[in-house]
Design a protein around this ligand. Structure first.
Ligand SMILES: Cc1ncc(COP(=O)(O)O)c(C=O)c1O
Length: 404
């Protein structure tokens, strides 16, 4: 068997479809985000502006976060040294779980090494424990939720994106005593829209279903204390499980769930993805603690981000660029072709020092390839003007259509 040929053909298929992924080699300049250095090419690092980071509020650069991490490193050393059960349960972990439970008004929280792991571990375990459970999953749910649902081995019903009538039709088709779980997100980060959380909770009440909400693209950024869209809309108490990441708006790394004590205890006790892995470094956890505590008190970063997103959307629309309808902080530009999206991204980086990654299948459906901009509180109006002018020039050069 020519294994090598099979692997090479798999990679060639990606090249053929124009969706072979190239990772851009960068270093951020501490305290100066979105300024960074790029190591592409041979002429030493080149200054760039980052437009696609999920460190949405620049908390990864915040002096309080950095100081907390430095202090923890000097106090307790680098790693956790074990799983939570065997030596790796530090006081930082315990404190952060209490802080996150409080953030969402839940009895308890549980940390994981990433948001991906928290979704996979929780969904697969929860549904496995409920005999005969059926999971109702939004068609645009993230790959980590899909992995968890698949690994649960349960029956699954996929409802059309944010389509309450379709969800209800599927719920109503199941026997009343079948255990049910509705899994969905608050902010869908590729389409930049928000789910009808309260209405989904109404359906869950009507049909006796549990709810699982991924708030990965909302925690830290929405709600008066950064508790996400569910906090902003006053519905956190109606959700069975709220899941979030510590690697995006909180600027560090890790994931978590917040729920009733008994649910957290079940996941803690049964989920392989939680049990059999070294716990997060206490240095990371100390940084997240500082970040969560800061964002509970300070809305300055959230307001700065919303203002930047509003401004960038208006500039793109004013210039006739195909900005997608967004009710969130995310600003996607539709391109509709993977090769074109990559070309635009390459020109932006090489000629304008602008870093924005093209988003291709399978992250988004084929034919809807796009550029996804994430302006934050430290992107200035000047940077936005330069970006808009660059895009208009490239759109013209590639003979792409601008709105009149
Ligand atoms: C909706 C959603 N859920 C979960 C994750 C995974 O979170 P993490 O990056 O912390 O693994 C992501 C993305 O990265 C995501 O977009």
């Amino acid at each position: 068997m020519d294994y090598n040929r099979i692997f090479t053909q798999a990679i060639d298929r990606l090249h053929g479809e124009g969706r072979y992924r190239v990772f851009i080699d960068i270093l951020r300049n501490k305290g100066m985000f979105p300024n960074a250095r790029c190591f592409a090419g041979h002429n030493g690092p080149k200054p760039i502006t980052v437009w696609c980071s999920n460190d949405y509020l620049s908390m990864g650069q915040h002096p309080k976060v950095i100081a907390a991490m430095e202090e923890a490193l000097h106090d307790v050393g680098a790693g956790a040294g074990g799983t939570r059960n065997i030596g790796g349960n530090t006081h930082y972990h315990v404190d952060l779980e209490a802080e996150l439970a409080d953030l969402h008004g839940k009895e308890a929280a549980l940390l994981f090494t990433s948001g991906y792991v928290s979704n996979e571990a929780t969904l697969s375990t929860l549904a496995k424990i409920l005999p005969g459970c059926v999971i109702f999953s939004d068609e645009l749910n993230h790959a980590s939720m899909i992995a968890g649902i698949r690994n649960s081995g349960c029956e699954k019903r996929v409802f059309r994106h944010n389509d309450l009538a379709h969800l209800e039709e599927l719920l109503a088709a199941e026997a009343p005593d079948t255990p049910k779980l509705i899994a969905f997100e608050s902010v869908y980060s590729m389409d930049a829209d928000i789910s009808p959380i309260a209405a989904i909770c109404d359906l869950a009440d009507k049909y006796g279903a549990l709810t699982y909400l991924d708030e990965v693209h909302a925690v830290g950024m929405y709600g008066p204390r950064g508790g996400g869209i569910s906090e902003r809309e006053g519905v956190a108490h109606r959700l069975t499980v709220i899941e979030g990441t510590l690697g995006k708006a909180f600027g560090v790394m890790g994931g978590y769930i917040a729920a009733d004590q008994v649910i957290v205890d079940v996941i803690r006790s049964y989920a392989p993805g939680f049990i059999f892995t070294t716990s997060l470094s206490p240095v990371l956890v100390a940084g997240v603690l500082a970040s969560v505590r800061h964002l509970k008190e300070s809305s300055e970063e959230r307001e700065g981000q919303q203002a930047a997103a509003t401004m960038l959307k208006a500039m793109f629309a004013g210039a006739g660029l195909p900005v997608m309808n967004s009710t969130t902080h995310i600003v996607p530009l539709m391109v509709g072709d993977p090769v074109e999206a990559k070309r635009i991204s390459d020109i932006l980086l090489a000629e304008y020092g602008v870093y924005v990654q093209p988003i291709n299948y399978p992250t988004v459906p084929r034919g809807t390839e796009r550029l996804r901009f994430t302006p934050g509180p430290t992107h200035t109006p000047e940077m936005m003007r330069e970006l808009t002018d660059a895009l208009v020039e490239i759109w013209g050069r590639l003979e792409l259509r601008l709105a009149a």
